[in-house]
Design a protein around this ligand. Structure first.
Ligand SMILES: *Cc1c(COP(=O)(O)O)cnc(C)c1O
Length: 449
């Protein structure tokens, strides 16, 4: 894709070859995992620099190591760009990724055993939003989780009751596959009623917020976290933003957040990543990015509409964001089978739980689709129709193959059975792959934004 790898080819041809293969895979398949995207060549160039050699524990102007003159300038510029783009008074750009960013917020604002409240995994939350047992956030805090209603939408009246009853110290408003907008104003009203902090985790939708097609949490949340490698198209990292509202509630909030990141949880910042983030923030400040964010949502809407016409059941009935989830229970197929079948046809997605999923997380009943990366390639509504038709053809052929093999849902949990099933659908999947290949040729991976 982007790498010349002149030296790597010579020093470590095995790794170089695998990198080239992965980049080729990204070029010739449809990247429909909604948390993935194509970063620009400029972002990737910043990543692959000597900045990775430098230690700079601390913050600009207050480092524990000498030699940080240029690193300070880079990090300061990154912070300034983020503050300007999001209209917030304070940003920490050092978190290594989204999960450590959320941990840092909890570390800053909570004590072990405090009650935290996040959207459940099945309803569209993230692991770090308090998923019990499995995660740090669920083990060190008393976690209560809220769910979407049976229609797949968040029911704010039910949420209000739950908040009043459980009185959390921190409420997380953030999603990974909830296809609808969050009402941050309502979240803030409910949080204020019990004196809870409101954390908006906008990792998935940050690019849509910049484009003005998703609600802006800045007036409502105390703290905002976001990854930078999803709709923002930057390097793998995260930011923590403190809002004026948060500062009003706690004038010490900036320092608390900064201390939680370093020295609380992390050591030296990844300076190459911070430079790449500065580049991505510059790119996201261009007018083209607003068109991009708007097109992501238009594309998802068209994809949903066409899938709906083909008879698919979508969680919440559709989408008004970048993401949608097909509920495969009417097709009696596991998410595993459909995700693997789609991959065989060149469409890369991920299996996903649906709300109230009767099946376990490893064998869920849904598949999650997103449009951010397709939109980065320049695809528009017309292509979404072609892709929806292709997805329909794959699912139909898997359904037929399953019937002809007389497999049950339980049989489908076995990898060898799924492989058989996908082999049986082979001819149709190959036909679909030809369509995918043609689309990928016509919409090459872009290197500049
Ligand atoms: C992706 C994501 C995270 C975690 O980010 P990582 O970089 O994978 O650690 C956290 N919260 C939400 C809402 C996300 O979508």
């Amino acid at each position: 894709m982007f790498s010349s790898m002149q030296f790597l080819n010579r020093v470590d041809p095995a790794i170089a070859a695998l990198i080239k293969k992965e980049e080729a895979r990204q070029r010739r398949t449809l990247m429909m995992i909604p948390s993935e995207n194509y970063s620009s060549r400029a972002v990737q160039e910043a990543l692959a620099t000597g900045l990775t050699n430098k230690y700079s524990e601390g913050y600009a102007g207050a480092r524990y190591y000498q030699g940080n003159r240029y690193i300070d300038a880079i990090e300061s510029r990154c912070v300034e760009r983020a503050k300007r783009l999001f209209h917030v008074p304070h940003v920490n750009v050092q978190p290594y990724s989204g999960s450590p960013a959320n941990s840092a917020v909890y570390f800053a604002l909570l004590s072990p055993g405090d009650t935290i409240m996040g959207l459940s995994l099945a309803s569209g939350g993230h692991l770090t939003h308090g998923v019990p047992k499995l995660t740090f956030s669920g083990q060190y805090f008393h976690s209560v989780q809220y769910e979407v209603g049976s229609d797949g939408w968040i029911d704010y009246n039910a949420l209000e009751k739950q908040i009043k009853k459980t009185r959390p110290r921190l409420i997380v408003a953030g999603t990974t596959h909830y296809p609808r907008r969050l009402d941050f104003r309502r979240f803030a009203e409910l949080a204020d009623q019990v004196g809870a902090n409101l954390l908006a985790d906008v990792s998935h939708v940050v690019g849509l917020i910049i484009a003005g097609v998703y609600p802006d949490p800045v007036p409502y949340a105390d703290v905002i976290t976001t990854t930078t490698h999803k709709t923002l198209r930057g390097p793998r990292a995260a930011m923590i933003m403190v809002t004026n509202k948060g500062l009003k509630r706690d004038p010490q909030l900036n320092e608390k957040i900064d201390r939680a990141v370093f020295p609380g949880l992390q050591g030296g910042p990844h300076n190459n990543t911070i430079a790449a983030l500065a580049v991505a923030l510059k790119e996201a400040g261009q007018p083209g990015f607003i068109r991009y964010g708007k097109q992501i949502v238009k594309n998802a809407a068209r994809l949903a509409e066409r899938l709906h016409q083909h008879g698919y059941q979508l969680v919440s009935g559709g989408t008004d964001t970048h993401v949608l989830v097909i509920d495969l229970r009417p097709q009696a197929l596991l998410g595993n089978t459909v995700a693997e079948g789609l991959e065989a046809a060149g469409i890369v997605t991920n299996r996903n739980k649906v709300p109230f999923d009767p099946n376990p997380a490893f064998y869920p009943s849904g598949v999650r689709l997103g449009t951010p990366a397709l939109t980065s390639r320049g695809m528009q509504e017309k292509q979404m129709e072609i892709i929806a038709d292709a997805i329909d053809q794959v699912i139909r052929s898997l359904h037929q193959a399953k019937a002809s093999l007389e497999l049950t849902l339980n049989d489908e949990r076995k990898k060898t059975n799924r492989a058989n099933l996908i082999r049986r659908a082979g001819r149709e999947l190959k036909q679909v792959n030809a369509v995918v290949t043609a689309l990928c040729r016509r919409f090459p991976v872009v290197k500049e934004y």
